[in-house]
Design a binder for this molecule. Structure first.
Ligand SMILES: [Zn+2]
Ligand SMILES: [Zn+2]
Length: 183
């Protein structure tokens, strides 16, 4: 089932992600995927069951399950956005997770904040990182796999350096694949 609309769903336990950031992501996703994008009015509570106290992190798959439910109900491709730190075995952490292909994805802002690396806040950098990871995960939803070109949004990120090296855009090859998929 391919859905023709993207929804950004905030999944938070405290302050939801800043609306200006989400508007920026929304506008830029529309340009890249040529689909209408919206910010869901409702904010979903972080699932307590996803918390792993040993790791002090949240299991990404449980987030994906909740997002899948929302996606089915609202008939939208849904990108969850959360500030909590996510992981999925065997990885130490993840910037995001997606069904490939599918209608559900999630990104964590936790490790995109410069403050996570004890660096001063940098709005442009933080926005660019968020968009890059959003494009990456939604690319997976559309059926794109990891790309070997390190500049491409579909390159795998093992570290924030990898994310910063990437562009929030697809390489020519991934762009072509996406255009073919979206025809
Ligand atoms: Zn990926
Ligand atoms: Zn590529």
């Amino acid at each position: 089932m391919k859905l023709g609309r993207i929804s950004l769903l905030r999944i938070e336990k405290g302050e939801p992600a800043d609306i200006d950031l989400l508007n920026y992501v929304k506008e830029n996703l529309e340009k890249r995927f040529h689909l209408p994008c919206e910010i869901a009015d409702s904010v979903v509570e972080v699932p307590v069951s996803a918390y792993n106290p040993k790791r002090k992190q949240y299991e990404g798959e449980i987030f994906l399950k909740i997002i899948r439910g929302y996606s089915r109900q609202k008939k939208r491709i849904t990108l969850g956005v959360t500030k909590v730190d996510l992981y999925t075995d065997p990885l130490n952490f993840i910037f995001g997770l997606a069904q490939c292909p599918g209608n559900s994805a999630v990104i964590s802002l936790c490790r995109l904040y410069p403050s996570f690396y004890f660096l001063p806040y940098d709005e442009d950098l933080f926005r660019r990182r968020t968009l890059t990871e959003a494009v990456h995960e939604l690319g997976h939803c559309m059926g794109l796999r990891h790309c070997k070109l390190r500049r491409c949004a579909m390159a795998f990120s093992n570290s924030i350096e990898d994310t910063d090296y990437k562009q929030p855009d697809f390489c020519d090859n991934c762009r072509k694949k996406l255009d073919r998929i979206m025809e």
